[in-house]
Design a protein around this ligand. Structure first.
Ligand SMILES: CC(=O)SCCNC(=O)CCNC(=O)[C@H](O)C(C)(C)COP(=O)(O)OP(=O)(O)OC[C@H]1O[C@@H](n2cnc3c(N)ncnc32)[C@H](O)[C@@H]1OP(=O)(O)O
Ligand SMILES: CC(C)C(=O)C(=O)O
Length: 512
């Protein structure tokens, strides 16, 4: 193993990943993901952009205070205020705290966005790195839009920031424009033309606009890059970032031609992917590599036959290597707390005794109506029962009539601020009628932006999982709900989003 070069895995799910439309996370949600990344042993996690908002500052601070093991990075533009604010949040991580400062170096960005000359950009970058080094030696510099930067100028910037003390220098493909051979050549050029290049780790950060982020990152590694920046499920700005699970599993699976290793405990990949989906509501496509629902499924007879004879005929990696348990312990209504607790732990959930008990009660209720409980059901229970906000609004009972003849009608009973209220509403369909009834009871003027529904597992007794995005007074909130009855799941998701809005408004002291 020692003859293999170690590639530093820099996870930026909590920063660039959070830049995905709809992926904003609360401090608690970020911390939950951070714990999972810690368990998975990423080398560096970028916790946020501290100057961006009070919430992001607090999240980076909390992660720096809590997470042990990985380095914690915070992003900062190349100016004093950003760098000072970043360190204010990161200082609690000591030497593991990394200030990541950046400035764009391409002609397009310098001319239209920064309105700076080359000399001004070099001067600003050097000044920023020096200021950051005043706080910590653990400084990373990124040349934003490096791929569209003229190479001699890029080399000049890289040399200058290394001389100023940057230990890591990142060469991002900010707009997902490059292709593997070109990126290989850029990294090789820097290796050959920057005299002090050996004093820093070269890093890569690829966006996926052309679907090449993972391929480009691998090409850069082959050219000598020592750090790969990536995100869980590949989430991120626009088409996303290089996907952590894909790049790590490619390095692991093709050891024959890729002599590199990472510290990532790949067996935690699946649980981490699911946790992110649960928190953000951004689902991965079924055919997504590594973590998609079909990634280890075989439908075709010839494939099934091959796999039955010898798995490696059609499987290039084992499901176990990403934490998918082939021999699932079947959980049903006869299961007890031990099996239940153990499975939740295997899925990456460390719940308190109280939360475990709450989830167990809910599991038993589900097991009464459903033959077999799958991992996805358990995740939905945890999402629905544990990862929740204080409930101003509680859904008590509901019933719906609909069909091809009856006018869809929903009768809903809720507890609101301790008072029980009931109403019935007509709608264009059962979900519409239900949402109208909830809106009436809660007197909410929230606007529905998005509604999605999915069956969590196969079979007619599967649980339905709904995601609802609401907008109220300029704030957007995601709500989730799971239930064997899809309309109840939709109602729970709607109420969950309303509770999040109410809790946010309470926190920011805005009247309802
Ligand atoms: C490629 C990337 O992913 S970079 C990271 C992108 N992420 C984000 O932008 C998310 C967080 N951002 C934010 O919350 C806000 O944009 C803030 C707080 C950083 C700045 O907000 P505002 O002060 O309102 O500025 P706004 O975002 O409108 O414009 C950016 C300003 O930063 C300047 N700027 C952009 N990049 C840099 C940089 N690397 N170094 C220094 N200045 C920069 C721009 O020129 C512009 O300056 P101007 O206000 O003097 O015209
Ligand atoms: C700040 C840098 C690393 C970035 O996110 C990008 O260039 O895409």
């Amino acid at each position: 193993m020692t003859d293999k070069k170690q590639i530093i895995i820099f996870d930026t799910t909590l920063r660039d990943g959070e830049q995905s439309p709809g992926a904003s996370m609360t401090i608690e949600e970020k911390l939950r993901i951070a714990h999972q990344l810690e368990k998975m042993r990423v080398d560096v996690m970028e916790a946020g952009f501290p100057i961006a908002s009070e919430g992001d500052f607090e999240a980076v601070k909390k992660i720096a205070q809590t997470i042990k093991g990985p380095q914690i990075s915070g992003l900062a533009r190349a100016n004093d205020a950003d760098i000072d604010r970043a360190w204010e949040a990161l200082q609690y991580a000591g030497e593991r705290g990394r200030i990541h400062t950046f400035i764009a170096t391409s002609d397009i960005h310098m001319k239209y966005k920064l309105k700076m000359t080359e000399d001004e950009v070099v001067e600003t970058a050097v000044r920023a790195v020096k200021r950051a080094v005043g706080y910590t030696p653990n400084v990373e510099f990124s040349a934003e839009d490096a791929v569209r930067t003229r190479l001699p100028f890029l080399a000049r910037v890289v040399e200058a920031v290394i001389a100023a003390g940057a230990r890591t220098v990142n060469i991002p493909d900010t707009v997902g424009y490059t292709i593997p051979s070109e990126y290989f050549n850029i990294i090789s050029y820097l290796k050959q033309n920057v005299p002090n290049i050996d004093k820093a780790v070269l890093s890569v950060h690829c966006h996926n606009d052309l679907g090449l982020a993972v391929a480009n990152s691998l090409a850069a590694v082959q050219a000598g890059a020592g750090q790969v920046e990536c995100t869980i499920n590949g989430i991120g700005e626009r088409a996303g970032n290089c996907s952590l699970e894909e790049v790590v599993m490619a390095l692991r699976t093709r050891q024959d031609i890729l002599p590199y290793r990472t510290n990532v405990v790949t067996e935690h990949i699946y649980a981490t992917s699911r946790l992110l989906t649960t928190i953000t509501g951004i689902v991965v496509q079924p055919n997504k590599a590594i973590v998609g629902a079909n990634a280890f499924a075989h439908e075709a007879g010839i494939h099934q036959h091959g796999v039955l004879m010898e798995k490696s005929t059609y499987e290039i990696m084992t499901p176990e290597s990403i934490g998918l348990n082939q021999n699932k312990l079947v959980l049903g209504k006869h299961s007890g707390r031990h099996a239940f607790n153990q499975r939740l732990q295997q899925l990456g959930y460390e719940l308190s005794k109280d939360d475990m008990q709450k989830a167990f009660v809910r599991f038993k209720a589900l097991a009464d109506v459903k033959k077999e409980i799958f991992d996805e059901d358990l995740e939905a229970i945890v999402a629905d029962e544990i990862i929740r906000v204080p409930e101003r609004f509680k859904l008590m009972e509901m019933s719906v009539t609909s069909g091809s003849f009856a006018a869809p009608t929903a009768t809903v009973q809720m507890e609101i601020d301790g008072e029980v209220k009931k109403t019935a509403e007509l709608g264009d369909g059962p979900v519409d009628a239900t949402f109208k009834a909830i809106k009436k009871l809660t007197r909410s003027d929230a606007r529905l932006l998005h509604f999605s529904v999915g069956a969590i597992t196969g079979g007619t007794d599967a649980q339905g999982e709904c995601t609802v995005r609401l907008e109220m007074q300029g704030r957007e909130q995601l709500g989730q709900g799971a239930h064997p009855d899809i309309i109840v799941a939709a109602a729970k998701a709607y109420v969950n989003a309303l509770n999040k809005i109410a809790s946010l408004q309470k926190r920011t002291a805005v009247d309802l």
